[in-house]
Design a protein around this ligand. Structure first.
Ligand SMILES: *[C@@H]1O[C@H](CO)[C@@H](O)[C@H](O)[C@H]1NC(C)=O
Ligand SMILES: *[C@@H]1O[C@H](CO)[C@@H](O)[C@H](O)[C@H]1NC(C)=O
Ligand SMILES: *[C@@H]1O[C@H](CO)[C@@H](O)[C@H](O)[C@H]1NC(C)=O
Ligand SMILES: *[C@@H]1O[C@H](CO)[C@@H](O)[C@H](O)[C@H]1NC(C)=O
Length: 329
């Protein structure tokens, strides 16, 4: 039932490690509505409607991936203590209870934190002359010239760089909202994380199709779609993993709405930017169902600490999981 495939099983492969910015990022997450976590929220164990809840998902949604890893290493006492401290930050108006809105805002801020951090980091790195705008020349120099060691020789200007540079130029122009040739920090954020910006939507769709459309017919076929997520050559022609088969079925059942075995722009848009599912809302409701003991639509610190295993992990819960695995064997 829970066919919310958080698609952005990040597609990191392509240019990772080659380029510091812009274009590279489009490969990281193809879905605009970022997943709260890289985990599936529910594991559909077998097909008799038995759905197992994945606690790692909740921990990552509530803490962020990096923090969740840190909490796992803590003792129960320490992780509960830190959760108590977090409560005071989530309870924005400091009146002793967390409302649904406060929890939603928190999860949202966890979700966008990595983007704001990334924008800050790249802004500092690119903005060499430290004014409050980045011109195309400045971006071009730090990104592409730097790659050629500041001495672009014709033979070093590979086709791939030229293609990426051209793509970045187009995206830069689109991000430059006031069209004055330089990006301020907000425009720069749209440039390096267009997936977060409604006005970049059309371009994101175009770029995604261009990236995946091997035969250049303007559509993403089933084969092109699957090749993008799992390249059999790269995987030495090993047996296709089961999740690829699941993706194939999902493509045919849910993404290819007009059943012509390829995605057009509208279908790509609905895939990248699903309109029917608000994962922050869903996660908030889920956490309330777990923790709101007296069902008054507010969480007290006691209610949250009582369910610390739902919100955060700790060493003891991991041992518990391990015990269960051994019992299953
Ligand atoms: C805290 O404030 C919320 C509204 O922000 C309110 O609904 C709730 O009743 C308040 N809780 C307490 C304990 O005052
Ligand atoms: C930044 O500017 C300084 C001085 O203008 C220059 O020496 C340096 O190479 C520049 N760094 C980059 C990454 O362009
Ligand atoms: C372009 O506008 C930004 C603000 O959006 C400003 O900081 C920058 O100086 C302007 N650049 C030019 C070349 O006018
Ligand atoms: C494919 O084979 C090569 C050479 O044997 C190996 O280095 C590489 O790790 C393999 N890739 C995968 C995904 O198994």
């Amino acid at each position: 039932m829970f066919l919310v495939t958080f698609y952005s099983i990040c597609i990191l492969s392509c240019y990772a490690g080659i380029l510091p910015s812009g274009t590279q990022n489009s490969h990281k997450a193809r879905v605009l509505d970022l997943p709260l976590s890289q985990q599936e929220h529910f594991t559909d164990t077998n097909h008799d409607e038995k759905v197992e809840h994945n606690t790692a998902y909740d921990h990552e949604a509530f803490l962020g991936v990096e923090e969740a890893k840190k909490f796992e290493k803590l003792s129960v006492e320490e992780s509960t203590k830190r959760l108590g401290a977090l409560f005071d930050r989530i309870d924005k108006d400091h009146n002793g209870t967390v409302t649904k809105q406060e929890l939603k805002d928190w999860i949202k801020s966890v979700q966008t934190r990595y983007i704001t951090d990334d924008v800050e980091r790249q802004w500092k790195q690119m903005n060499n002359d430290s004014n409050n705008a980045i011109s195309w020349d400045e971006y071009d120099k730090t990104t592409y010239y730097a790659l050629y060691d500041n001495t672009p020789e014709p033979d070093q200007v590979t086709e791939q760089y030229l293609r990426l540079q051209k793509k970045d130029r187009r995206r830069f122009t689109k991000a430059d909202e006031d069209g004055n040739g330089s990006l301020n920090k907000n425009e720069f954020a749209d440039f390096i994380h267009p997936e977060q910006s409604p006005r970049m939507k059309d371009l994101v769709i175009t770029e995604t199709i261009e990236d995946m459309d091997a035969n250049k017919d303007g559509f993403i076929s089933l084969e092109e779609f699957l090749h993008d997520i799992w390249d059999s050559t790269e995987n030495n022609n090993t047996v296709e993993p089961e999740w690829v088969q699941t993706e194939r079925e999902n493509f045919l059942a849910y993404r290819d709405l007009d059943h012509d075995k390829k995605l057009n722009r509208k279908e790509v848009e609905l895939w990248l930017m699903p309109v029917d599912y608000d994962n922050i809302e869903a996660e908030t409701s889920h956490l309330f169902r777990e923790a709101d003991k007296d069902q008054d639509n507010q969480l007290t610190k006691e209610e949250i600490l009582d369910k610390h295993d739902v919100f955060v992990g700790s060493q003891a819960t991991d041992w518990g999981a391990e015990l269960r695995v051994h019992q299953d064997l």
